[in-house]
Every structure is written in structure tokens, then in C-alpha cells.
Design a binder for this molecule. Structure first.
Ligand code: HEC
Length: 119
């Protein structure tokens, strides 16, 4: 009996440790309708000034989680971000925030096509 309880503990710890995959959510969204972050924020999360999507790479995880919590609550952000924030579970929000925080800050190449308002 005691062994059985121990085994159960080990299994559930492993499941927790695995959790949702932040990079997968970033590239592919989730089954709940969250769109891939990369589509708007860029594949390196470098941001896309053309559509007003801010850089997310290297942003502190707590800041990202705070933004998403506010958006999910209808406070700030646009309608799409609000929908996406609501479509992420708390565990998925944490996972994608941790992934984004871990990314190096990529500077978009300085070229006229990258300037806001030229496209
Ligand atoms: C359809 C395009 C689109 C997709 C997909 C998208 N975003 Fe956004 N996101 C935006 C735009 C545009 C803004 C700016 C909203 C505003 O300020 O009103 C934004 C803002 C944010 C912000 C606030 C950043 C800041 O500095 O203000 C965070 C955090 C964020 N998005 C995270 C995510 C995450 C995580 C995902 C994927 C799960 C995602 N976004 C998917 C377009 C998108």
C-alpha cells in the first residue's frame, strides 16, 4: 500500500514537471483556439511594428503573465489578444511566458521596410 502511494506521487510529479510546452504554444497555438503567437509577434518574438505587435522576447515572465491576465479580464489589449489570453489555461500562460522570457532579444534589421507606417 505504501509503495503504491509512493508510485502515485512519482507519477504525478513527473506529469507536473512535463506541463504544457511553451514553445509549442508559441509556434502552434493551442487546441482551445489560441492563435500562434509567432504569427503576429514574429518567429523570434521580435515584434512586428507593421501590425503593432510588441516584442515579447526577453520580456520578464511575470510581466507577460500580468499582461495576459489583464487581457483575459478584458482590461487592455485588442480583441484578438483578449480572446487569446482567455483561450490559454493558467498552466499554458505560465509555460508560454517562461518560454518567451528565455528567448534572446532579437533586433529586427534596420531597413525601410521595417519602419512603422511604411506598409
Ligand atoms: C493576431 C495577432 C496576434 C497573435 C496571434 C498574438 N498576439 Fe499578442 N499582441 C498582438 C497585438 C497587436 C498586441 C498589442 C495590443 C495592444 O497594445 O492593444 C499584442 C500584445 C501582446 C502582449 C502585451 C505586450 C506589451 O508589451 O504590451 C503580450 C504579453 C502578448 N501579446 C502575448 C501574446 C502571446 C503569448 C500570444 C500567443 C499565445 C500572442 N500574443 C498572440 C497581436 C497578436
Amino acid at each position: 500500500m505504501r509503495l503504491w502511494v509512493l508510485a502515485l506521487c512519482i507519477v504525478s510529479t513527473a506529469a507536473l514537471a512535463a506541463g504544457p510546452d511553451g514553445s509549442n504554444i508559441f509556434m502552434h497555438g493551442n487546441a482551445n483556439g489560441a492563435l500562434p503567437c509567432a504569427a503576429c509577434h514574429g518567429v523570434q518574438a521580435q515584434g512586428n511594428p507593421g501590425i503593432g505587435a510588441p516584442r515579447l522576447a526577453g520580456m520578464p515572465a511575470t510581466a507577460i503573465e500580468t499582461y495576459l491576465a489583464l487581457f483575459a479580464n478584458g482590461q487592455g489589449g485588442n480583441a484578438t489578444m483578449q480572446f487569446i489570453a482567455q483561450a490559454l489555461s493558467p498552466a499554458e500562460t505560465k509555460a508560454v511566458a517562461a518560454y518567451l522570457a528565455s528567448l534572446p532579444i532579437a533586433t529586427p534589421p534596420a531597413s525601410p521596410t521595417n519602419s512603422p507606417g511604411t506598409d
